[in-house]
Design a protein around this ligand. Structure first.
Ligand code: CDP
Length: 247
C-alpha cells in the first residue's frame, strides 16, 4: 500500500481504473503441461501477470537432513524474473518478500498433498514470475496447484487463491498493481474448494468484521470461476487427444 501523497483515485464514476466491476476478476488463462522436462507444469496468464510453475518429484530428499523420515517435504521457490517488473530489474537472489511468498505457498500445499505416502522424499515446486502486475502470490498458487495435479502427485484437492482489497468504502476483488499499491487493504486468500478450508490468509491493512465476511464471500464466489478454469486446463490435453482419435 502506498503513501497518500499523489494517491490516484482507484474508483472513478463507480468503476475501477481498468473498467472492471468491484467483484470482477481479470481475464485468466491456464495451460497445463507446458514444460517437457518437469514432472508437472503449468502456465498462467492472469491479467498482466505471466507465471510458470514447475514440479519435480517426489524424489529422495537431498541433502538428507532436509528430508523427514515420516513424510514427504515440499520445497518451494517463488521468484520474480529480473525483467518481470519495473521495480525488480537487475536484482539477483531471493529477497525477504520472495522468501515469505515461498513459505506461505509451501504451507498451502502441505495441507493438500498426501505427504505421508512418500516418507524421506521431497517435492520441488518452482514458481517463476515472468511478468507481474499485482496478485502474483495468488496467481502463483493457482498455477502451482495445476502443475502439481499434472504431475500425478496425490492431492486432496486443487486449491485456488485470489486477493481482495479495499478502495475507499468499496471492496475490490483481484487487485492489479496500481490498486495493490494504493488500496487501504490487501487480503490474499487461498481456499480448498472441496472442503472450504482456508489454506492461506494474509492481511495488509484493515477491514471491519463485516468487510472481512464480505471479502471471504467474494473470494468463494470467484473461486467457482477459478476452479473451473483449473479443471479445464487439466482436461484440455486429454480432450485434444480424444478429438484426434474420434475424427
Ligand atoms: O504480487 P503480490 O500482490 O502477491 O505481492 P505484493 O508484494 O503485494 O506485490 C504487488 C505487486 O507489486 C507485484 O505483483 C509486482 O507487480 C509489484 N512488485 C514489484 O514490481 N517489485 C517488487 N519487488 C515487489 C512487488
Amino acid at each position: 500500500m502506498g503513501s497518500s501523497e499523489n494517491k490516484p483515485e482507484l474508483i472513478v464514476n463507480g468503476k475501477r481504473l481498468d473498467g472492471r466491476a468491484f467483484d470482477e476478476l481479470r481475464n485468466i488463462k491456464i495451460v497445463s503441461n507446458v514444460i517437457k522436462n518437469a514432472d508437472g507444469s503449468a502456465y498462467i496468464e492472469w491479467g498482466n501477470n505471466k507465471i510458470l510453475a514447475g514440479v519435480y518429484g517426489p524424489k529422495e530428499a537431498l541433502p538428507k537432513h532436509t528430508g523427514d523420515p515420516e513424510k514427504c517435504v515440499i520445497k518451494c521457490r517463488y521468484q520474480m524474473a529480473p525483467f518481470s517488473s519495473l521495480e525488480e530489474h537487475g536484482r539477483a537472489g531471493p529477497n525477504r518478500r520472495a522468501i515469505e511468498i515461498s513459505k506461505v505457498t509451501k504451507e498451502v500445499f502441505e495441507n493438500v498433498v498426501l505427504l505421508n505416502q512418500f516418507p524421506g522424499n521431497a517435492i520441488d515446486l518452482y514458481i517463476e514470475v515472468l511478468q507481474s502486475d499485482g496478485g502474483t502470490r495468488a496467481a502463483g498458487i493457482t498455477c502451482a496447484a495445476v502443475a502439481l495435479a499434472t504431475s500425478g502427485i496425490p492431492m486432496r484437492d486443487i486449491p485456488f487463491a485470489v486477493s481482495v482489497g479495499k478502495a475507499g468504502e468499496n471492496l475490490i476483488l483481484d487487485m492489479n498493481k496500481i490498486e495493490d499499491n494504493y488500496s487501504q487493504a490487501d487480503v490474499p486468500i487461498c481456499i480448498s474448494p472441496r472442503t472450504g478450508e482456508v489454506l492461506l490468509l494474509q492481511m495488509d491493512g484493515e477491514l471491519t468484521t463485516d468487510e472481512f465476511r464480505r471479502a471471504v464471500s467474494m473470494v468463494q464466489k470467484a473461486g467457482e470461476t477459478i476452479s473451473r478454469l483449473q479443471v479445464q486446463a487439466l482436461k484440455a490435453p486429454y480432450e485434444r487427444i480424444s478429438e484426434k482419435y474420434n475424427q
